[in-house]
Ligand binder design. Structure first.
Ligand SMILES: *Cc1c(COP(=O)(O)O)cnc(C)c1O
Length: 416
């Protein structure tokens, strides 16, 4: 695609183009940050009103039964599970990704204590999302049993880091900064050959790339619903456990929602059969209810079609930036190779922060991650090829005119 006309022609041919109508995007905005906070599905507005007015307002406490509130984590979990290659009853929506990492890690370490008690290493990646690393550090500090964190990096590749001392491997399927994607099947197989249990963080994968947890024979998975799944700010996360391990899953956050008969009000904790034992306490029902709106759209579109367009948008974006902004110091961070690329594209620029602020001022919303990384989320459900053209056009103009070089674009806010 050499011209804007070519992009418009591609939009007219695009089978996913009509999906944009299902989202409430502000006019004049090109939104390249669906990898951080998805946009508002139109149906979520009616759903929110219904949950608040009818289910909460009129139904009151009865709605736990009559509006299906009690079953919501499992019912929506099944819908999401079908998008991730899980079987019925294996996945629940609950808590945050950080909390679900804690629960999965605790359960995995407990299983390994029984299978191979001498393993004391929790393996992750230096470039992993910080909360993943922080949760590992907190767990090690809590357990006080000589666990240590080992990190894969340029000096320590995965193949070398995996050995008989490793208990658990915690990796993000798609890296939040670089957009690089692991081969989930290959890495899981390799980990299993070393007797290691895997926890996959799917925050940047769920709704973005095809995932099949059953086929990968993964052990545990967690992830967000507020990114590519358009669940709303801070909407609850999810946790999945392989049916091979679900009966052995025990977690320290043993709240009453994970009890086998929560309304027996028994003194002794007894974990529920199946995925309900991954829950802890009372769920945020209003926020959780809205997740269904984004989920239904994703299921309707299908991940194969989403992936096809996501790669095409990414290829277009990379080509346009590299050709039209060639005179500027932009370095591609994301792999070009389809097999190892997620659904966002990142470039480094020495003034990345200011350049992104200037873009946002023009209504081209991406985000910035240290160090120097401009991140552009390519979300096929509400982004077209001409949008990508226009975004690169704005980037080129900002770089050509150095309009980023103003005091107003240097001010740091709490959230970048
Ligand atoms: C966004 C993200 C999270 C966020 O975790 P929260 O507990 O929802 O704040 C965790 N892990 C990865 C890899 C992410 O990209």
């Amino acid at each position: 695609m050499q011209t804007r006309e070519d992009c418009l022609a591609a939009d007219r041919q695009d089978p996913l183009a009509p999906f944009k109508q299902q989202f409430d995007l502000p006019p004049g905005i090109i939104y390249l940050d669906g990898n951080s906070l998805g946009v508002l599905p139109r149906s979520a507005q009616d759903r929110a009103l219904d949950v608040i007015k009818h289910e909460w307002g009129a139904g009151l406490i009865r709605s736990w039964n009559t509006a299906g509130w009690f079953d919501l984590p499992a019912r929506l979990g099944n819908k999401l599970g079908s998008l991730l290659g899980a079987q019925e009853g294996e996945l629940v929506i609950t808590d945050t990704t950080s909390l679900n990492i804690f629960k999965a890690l605790a359960a995995a370490l407990r299983i390994q204590q029984q299978r191979a008690p001498s393993r004391r290493v929790i393996l992750s990646e230096r470039d992993n999302f910080p909360t993943d690393l922080y949760m590992i550090q907190g767990m090690i500090d809590l357990l006080q049993q000589g666990y240590e964190m080992r990190l894969i990096d340029d000096d320590l590749p995965l193949e070398q880091a995996l050995d008989e001392t490793v208990a658990v491997l915690l990796l993000s399927h798609v890296n939040y900064r670089s957009g690089e994607m692991y081969d989930m099947n290959g890495v899981t197989t390799l980990a299993h050959e070393h007797g290691v249990l895997t926890i996959w963080d799917l925050a940047h994968a769920a709704g973005a790339v095809p995932v099949n947890l059953t086929e990968a024979d993964a052990d545990f998975a967690v992830g967000c619903t507020y990114k590519y799944l358009n669940g709303g700010p801070g909407s609850p996360a999810f946790i999945w456990v392989s049916p091979r391990l679900s009966n052995d899953f025990r977690q320290p956050l043993s709240g009453w929602w994970g009890h086998n008969r929560p309304f027996d009000m028994a003194v002794a904790y007894e974990p529920a059969e199946g995925a309900r034992r991954y829950l802890c306490g009372t769920q945020p029902i209003i926020s959780m209810s809205l997740i269904e709106c984004g989920l239904d759209i994703a299921l309707d579109a299908g991940m194969a079609e989403v992936r096809r367009k996501s790669l095409a948008l990414g290829d277009l974006f990379i080509d346009l930036v590299q050709h039209r902004c060639a005179s500027h110091p932009l370095a591609l961070v994301t792999p070009r190779n389809h097999a190892t690329r997620g659904s966002h594209v990142s470039f480094r620029h020495p003034n990345g922060f200011e350049v992104m602020q200037a873009l946002i001022k023009r209504g081209v919303i991406g985000d910035y991650r240290e160090p120097e990384v401009l991140r552009f989320g390519l979300t096929p459900l509400y982004l077209g090829y001409a949008d990508v053209w226009d975004a690169v056009d704005a980037l080129k103009d900002i770089l050509d005119t150095r309009s980023w070089d103003r005091p107003e674009f240097k001010e740091r806010t709490a959230v970048t």
